[in-house]
Each structure stands twice: as structure tokens, then as C-alpha cells.
Design a protein around this ligand. Structure first.
Ligand code: HEM
Length: 342
């Protein structure tokens, strides 16, 4: 993950031009330039009231389910929360966020490995509509600036005095919107399911809320939302007694590294108080996840809000449904029953 002989730029030949404009498919020096810029702009857009905004969103979603005594934890809670949060940061007006949530759900259902052709077509249409939406938001913010991430991206200037081009700005917005929500949905969904499957650990967490941040790290390690990432060799690389020729795609299986017995004691055991938990769920090195702080906060607020509001939370007879993917690990559905804390 730190070795610069493994790059991402060569993936660009395989991608549509608008996708490849973001930093995900650049190598230094372009990657460094875009990353420094984005890191500054993104952090600057989070705002001091971020935690309370996320708490309000979480509470609103849970209050709506309270009287029903059951919910699909994914579509009713884990999925809308990160979409609302990233939409708010980008600057999408509140009344338009519900539409974004619905479109994201179509995309999640239609990009699953087992989706049929009509679900795939709906996902493609939903993706196009989101792109169109961000294009119109960009045009609107160019005319009438606001204190949001979209406006900041439009006006951002890098170290060399360059602005992002229009297509770079759009690619960055979409990249933040998509990478920023699905992975966080998976953190919340996988996290809750894992806790429900480990009632002893869940009880410890209920009794010791200060363990929440180490619990989040352990859930990230144990059921990593991003299971693998890829690179292309920029030159021939000697590794483990083998030569990988230049131009080969190499996969790093983060999910396996996070269960490595030489790094983690009893790696297959969930231990929410685990110390020295140096997992790779957010990657490592120059491409370490830019949204890690936001994702950790959303995960912690979501799980705290759930546990505080509901004294009992249980799996129902409906089975959890996993997405069919080897790249990311997450649930499409997680039916749970609830009863309220008195
Ligand atoms: C639990 C949630 C998340 C997980 C597990 C996660 C995981 C990762 C991983 C593994 C990488 C490194 C990929 C690589 O090296 O090839 C990464 C990069 C990245 N993530 Fe996240 N991520 C999460 C949430 C977010 C959020 C909320 C945002 C922003 C809103 C975000 C934005 C990014 C960006 C921009 C990069 C690329 C950084 C670069 O190439 O320099 N992520 N993420």
C-alpha cells in the first residue's frame, strides 16, 4: 500500500473519461496535487456542528420506526444516514435528499452481482440522474455561492495556482458522494449484525459506552466494508521471491490482512476492546481514506443512537441478505425487531 511501484493511473485506460478525472485513478504528482487540495477543502467543509447534525439525522430516522417495533436496518437507517450526511456536506438542499436516498437504493440493488437486467437498467438510470443532479447543483453554486463543499470545490485553487476543471469538479463530487456513502452504510450494517451475533460483546458495549470508538475499529477490522483494492505495477516488482511484470493488476486483500494471525491475536474473534488494532480497513500510506474521520463519526453516532433508543434489538426470522460482491462487503437487507428503552 505504501510502495509507489504499485500505481492506479494505468486503470484509466479501462474507465470512462469522466470517472478517471478524480484522484482515485491518478498517481503522483497529480494524485498528490489533487489529494492535498481535496483534503483541505473537504476538511474545511465539515463544520463544527457535524456531530450534532449526524445525531439529529440518526434520531429522526430512528424516531420514525419507534412505534413499529421492527425495521430493515439497512433501508430504514444505515442507508439513508450517510446519504443525508454527504448530501448535506456537498450542499444538496434538504428537500432534495430523499430523492438521492431513493436513487442510491436503486443503485445498490441494481449493481449487486445477482441483480437482473431490469434492476441493472434502473441502477444505470439512477446513476445518470445523480450525475445530472450534481451538474445542475454545480451550475447553481457557480452563480450563487454557499458555504458548502460544492462551492468550495468550484473555487479551490491548488498549490500551483490551478483550479479544478469542470469535469474534475464533477468527478470529485461524484466520487465523494459514492465512495463516501456505500462504505459507511456497510460499516453500520455489518457492525450492527456483528454485534447482534455476538451478544456478549454487545452487552459489554451497552454497559461500557466508552468502548464505542474501539468497538468501531474492531467492527471495521472484523467485517471490513472494503475487502480489496487494486493497483497496476508501474515497473517489474520483486516480491515474495516472485517477479510481477510491469503493467499487471495486483489485488490487495484488505479483508484478509485484517484477519492476519501474525498481526492480530485470535483474529477470528470479535473483541471490542482490542488494543493496538492496526487494521487496514481504511487502507494505508499516501491513499489512506480521506473520509476515515467522517466514517468513524457516522458509525459511532449511528450505533450509539440505536443502542440508546432501543433496549432490545434482535434479528428477526427474516435472514440478512448480503450483497454479492468480492470487492465490498455489505448487506442489502437486515430485518431487526426493536423495543424501546424506558
Ligand atoms: C467505513 C467507511 C469507509 C471505508 C471502509 C473506506 C475505505 C477506504 C479505503 C480502503 C481506501 C483506500 C483505497 C486504496 O488505497 O486503494 C479509501 C480511500 C478513499 N476514501 Fe474511503 N472509506 C470509507 C469512507 C469514506 C468516506 C465517508 C469518504 C468521503 C466522504 C471517503 C473518501 C475516500 C477517498 C477520497 C479515498 C481516496 C484517497 C486517495 O486516493 O488518496 N471514504 N477508503
Amino acid at each position: 500500500m505504501r510502495d509507489q511501484r504499485f500505481g492506479r493511473e494505468a486503470f484509466r485506460d479501462l474507465l470512462p473519461a469522466d470517472t478517471s478525472a478524480s484522484l482515485l485513478f491518478r498517481d503522483p504528482p497529480d494524485h498528490t496535487r489533487l489529494r492535498n487540495l481535496l483534503s483541505k477543502v473537504f476538511t474545511g467543509s465539515l463544520g463544527a456542528d457535524l456531530r450534532s447534525k449526524i445525531e439529529q439525522i440518526a434520531d429522526g430516522l430512528l424516531a420514525a420506526r419507534e412505534e413499529l417495533h421492527e425495521m430493515d436496518l439497512i433501508s430504514d437507517f444505515a442507508a439513508p444516514l450517510p446519504v443525508y450526511v454527504i448530501s448535506d456536506i456537498l450542499g444538496a438542499p434538504a428537500e432534495e435528499r430523499e430523492q438521492l436516498v431513493l436513487r442510491c437504493r436503486e443503485i445498490a440493488l441494481g449493481t449487486d452481482g445477482e441483480a437482473d437486467s431490469s434492476a441493472r437498467a434502473r441502477a444505470a438510470a439512477a446513476h445518470d440522474e445523480i450525475s445530472k443532479y450534481f451538474r445542475s447543483l454545480m451550475a447553481e453554486r457557480s452563480k450563487r455561492p454557499q458555504a458548502d463543499l460544492m462551492t468550495r470545490l468550484i473555487h479551490a485553487v491548488d498549490e500551483a495556482g490551478h483550479r479544478l476543471t469542470e469535469s474534475e469538479t464533477l468527478a470529485v463530487c461524484e466520487m465523494l458522494f459514492f465512495t463516501g456513502h456505500q462504505t459507511t452504510i456497510d460499516l453500520i450494517g455489518n457492525g450492527v449484525l456483528t454485534l447482534l451475533r455476538h451478544p456478549g460483546q454487545l452487552q459489554i458495549l451497552r454497559e461500557n459506552p466508552t468502548l464505542l470508538s474501539s468497538a468501531i475499529e474492531e467492527l471495521l477490522r472484523y467485517e471490513s466494508p472494503v475487502q480489496r483494492t487494486g493497483r497496476v505495477t508501474n515497473s517489474a516488482v520483486e516480491m515474495g521471491g516472485k517477479t510481477i511484470p510491469k503493467g499487471r493488476v495486483v489485488l490487495a486483500i484488505l479483508g484478509a490482512a485484517n484477519r492476519d494471525p501474525s498481526k492480530f491475536e485470535q483474529p477470528d474473534r470479535l473483541h471490542i476492546g482490542r488494543l493496538g488494532n492496526r487494521h487496514l480497513a481504511f487502507g494505508l500510506g499516501p491513499r489512506f481514506c480521506l473520509g476515515a474521520m467522517l466514517a468513524r463519526l457516522e458509525g459511532a453516532v449511528a450505533i450509539r443512537a440505536l443502542l440508546q433508543r432501543f433496549s432490545s434489538l434482535a434479528l428477526t426470522t427474516g435472514s440478512p441478505v448480503w450483497r454479492n460482491s468480492t470487492e465490498t462487503r455489505g448487506l442489502l437487507r437486515l430485518p431487526v425487531s426493536l423495543s424501546r428503552s424506558t
